[in-house]
Design a protein around this ligand. Structure first.
Ligand SMILES: NC(=O)C1=CN([C@@H]2O[C@H](COP(=O)(O)OP(=O)(O)OC[C@H]3O[C@@H](n4cnc5c(N)ncnc54)[C@H](O)[C@@H]3O)[C@@H](O)[C@H]2O)C=CC1
Ligand SMILES: N[C@@H](CCC(=O)N[C@@H](CSC=O)C(=O)NCC(=O)O)C(=O)O
Length: 372
């Protein structure tokens, strides 16, 4: 069938909305009409080339929700008309990582940068002249109707608006999980969140849920600092130096229990700042992506051993999406997790590059594309 989607033809490049040919789903696949997709910074990393991918052209978008339009009878019981959230990382359920409660590291995701999304080397999306198109995280939620593996969707209840549900597919799970799981925030903790964008504000929410009592948001953009208290920040400052000083004031000079790095483009300097701001036996969580070619953080090596500090990377906030998505949507229903407030602006698919311009100008907590 014919569909439309935002692709990058090469990197560095820009998203461009084009007609695409979409294949029917094979057994263990579903076709989904995408209703909404968040504009995560990771899709921008694809366009800039900071995250190189195996196949160009490449259709972006990995934070989405929609309605199933075609499905074969399948092991998950997913059928036409079901509402689903897409998974930024597929979950096979039986690899070593899935089987041991670390679904974010599912082996199916591990090959994801390599090119084709299906093990037989085929593609489901093609340009009008038949050229295969790569799919972001195996899904591509910047495409109006997409075909994905059954392992890349979770069925959700119909009562949750899909333009909010899409956010738990990446931004919420990643940020919230960075605090709750990766930093293992404890009641009474002092937490620094560096970067109060789409991921960072969810780290603020996670830190608050886990019981942190001093939650310091750091962002150079005034609008982000003004928004941070809505999501649980007790303080909002412009620089990591200010945050580190503030954390020391609240901890008898020791430093923050954890620092969670969610800036748009991570640098070695940010990692050094995060490590310097935490106390002995504290945790610096690296959620933000750096250009894959970037190496070399400034780490005081002696200090690492002497102070038992932890440098902890995290993919999707150490989430187990098949459970975490349902639990986060229940928290939303209960009024305990803010999703409505995350969406600053909505865009049509054709406005995707404007959405990213607005992200770079610091105008949005999250921009969301509505495909209808
Ligand atoms: N580890 C994972 O599984 C995932 C990682 N990511 C990554 O997380 C990062 C954040 O993504 P989004 O929140 O969507 O981006 P965003 O652009 O919405 O937010 C980044 C924020 O960092 C702020 N910032 C920039 N420089 C800063 C500095 N020096 N100090 C403090 N704040 C600073 C910006 O003003 C902005 O508010 C990106 O690198 C993205 O690729 C995103 C999804 C999943
Ligand atoms: N390829 C990774 C799997 C993790 C992953 O999906 N990474 C995303 C960014 S995380 C969400 O923002 C990504 O950039 N994917 C690019 C793609 O090719 O789909 C692994 O090796 O584990």
């Amino acid at each position: 069938m014919l569909t439309r989607g935002a692709i990058v033809r090469e990197a560095p490049g820009e998203y461009e909305v084009v007609d695409l040919e979409l294949d029917d789903p094979q057994p263990d696949e579903v076709q989904v009409k995408v209703v909404a997709s968040g504009l995560c910074h990771s899709d921008d990393h694809i366009a800039t080339g900071d995250i190189p991918v195996g196949t160009y052209p490449f259709a972006g978008g990995h934070e989405g929700a929609g309605v199933v339009t075609k499905a074969h009878p399948n092991r998950k019981g997913i059928k036409e008309g079901d509402h689903v959230v897409f998974l930024a990382v597929p979950v096979c359920g039986h690899c070593r990582f899935c089987a041991s409660g670390r679904q974010a590291l599912c082996d199916l995701g591990a090959g994801i940068l390599a090119g084709p999304r299906w093990t037989d080397g085929t593609y489901r999306l093609h340009t009008a002249d038949g050229t295969p198109v790569g799919q972001m995280c195996g899904i591509s939620t910047f495409v109006s109707t997409t075909t994905v593996s059954l392992d890349s969707v979770v069925k959700i209840d119909d009562d949750i608006p899909l333009d909010k549900a899409c956010l738990v597919g990446c931004g919420v799970g990643t940020g919230w999980g960075s605090a709750v799981n990766a930093a293992a925030v404890q009641p009474g903790d002092t937490v620094i969140v560096m970067g109060a964008g789409g991921i960072g504000v969810n780290a603020l929410q996670g830190a608050a849920h886990a019981g942190a009592t001093t939650i310091i948001a750091v962002d150079p953009v005034p609008f982000k600092r003004e928004s941070a208290p809505t999501f649980g920040a007790t303080h909002a400052v412009e620089t990591m130096d200010e945050a580190a000083e503030l954390a020391r004031q609240f901890t008898n000079g020791q430093g923050a229990d954890s620092a969670i790095l969610t800036v748009g483009v991570l640098t070695a300097e940010h990692v050094g700042q995060g490590l310097a701001a935490i106390r002995k036996d504290g945790t610096c969580v690296v959620t933000a992506m750096a250009p894959l070619a970037e190496v070399g953080a400034q780490v005081a090596l002696g200090d690492l051993a002497l102070s038992q500090k932890r440098l902890q990377g995290t993919l999707f906030g150490h989430s187990n999406p098949t459970w975490d998505i349902r639990r986060q949507l229940q928290l939303y229903r209960d009024g305990a997790l803010k999703l409505d407030e995350l969406v600053t602006r909505t865009y049509t698919l054709d406005e995707v590059t404007q959405g990213y311009r607005d992200m770079h100008e610091g105008k949005n907590i999250r921009g969301v594309i509505r495909h209808d």
